[in-house]
Design a protein around this ligand. Sequence first.
Ligand code: SAM
Ligand code: SF4
Length: 369
Amino acid sequence: MPSIRPGPEREPDAVPPLPRREAPDGLWDRYGRRATDMRLSLTDRCSLRCTYCMPAKGLEWMAKQAVMTAEEIIRTVRLGVRELGIRELRLTGGEPLVRADLFDVISGIRANHPHLPIAMTTNGVGLQTRAAPLKAAGLTRINISLDSLHEETFKRLTRRPFLTQVLAGVDAARDAGLGPVKLNAVLMRGINDAEAPELLRWSLQQGHELRFIEQMPLDADHGWSRWDMITAAEIRELLSTEYVLTTDPGHRDGAPAERFQVRRRDSSRGGITGPALGTVGIIASVTEPFCGDCRRTRITADGKIMSCLFSRQEIDFVSLMRQGATDRELAERWQDAMWAKPRAHGMDHTGLGTEDFVQPDRSMSAIGG
Ligand code: SAM
Ligand code: SF4
């Protein structure tokens, strides 16, 4: 049975200490956190069918007219940055590369915000030919999901035979100047967990930064099990067969990944190792949650605000925009939505049961990971 680090005792949800209207400008919540990092989903569609995310048959896609247009997205970002203190943007999905007007979206945002960091999370399918134009359009950084370096395992996880394409996309991203490229890997028990040291070895050799993400209960098939997921503690153990990890001295600064410096384990010298080879990140959303430090606000592809990835409350934003709302009215709706952000996602309190945790209605690809 995987070891789970106990989380803090649950505190009752406190009554808001002050009404939202008295809070300072920006996207504050009742617990004193301010969202400055915006995750914006561009589509719910995707070119892969990862087992921990989508069903084999895909999902019922959002109607085309429900999805935010490039103009609506550009206005939303402008509002977030100019009125509400957003400092970082990540484009995600579904798969952002399947969106036909992706370059218009990025260049439109960049035209308004010359210094805003714009990152994108992608599965890398089709990236080989698009990496350089994405950089030219104004993209700053990229995360590419890569769960295996072996075609058969990749296919088992993603249900598609596209590993070669994805690897070409990773190279193209580095060559286009979108580096240091970050790679995201989800480990699944008995499928790719044994590959963890190999994934790290390869990433270090290539100069990419690998981040392992604990599998979260956000799959459309509802197949997640607390007892079956590979925990952060297990990931560290898997890596320890080849590497010694030491906490990176750099400040975490609200980032979801805990970063470690990586040194090769040298058993002939009693485990003493040479210089750091690079870093690895572990995102332990389930077993070592970082809700207290969360700075994220999310908007789904159909224009709903979600204050948390695990929230079951969605606040309609784009309909208000389509009804002709002013920037001030839109900003207030966004602030109200964030004010109601839950203190924590509810999976962490005892480290045992998940009785009070209810999986959100939408799965990862439909919310935007
Ligand atoms: N399609 C793009 C991709 O795969 O990179 C962007 C969207 S995807 C939802 C964003 C990230 O979420 C990916 O790195 C993916 O591995 C991760 N992800 C998806 N479902 C997950 C789950 N149930 N638990 C943890 N991570 C998940
Ligand atoms: Fe698609 Fe990304 Fe979900 Fe995989 S994780 S099915 S690539 S949205």
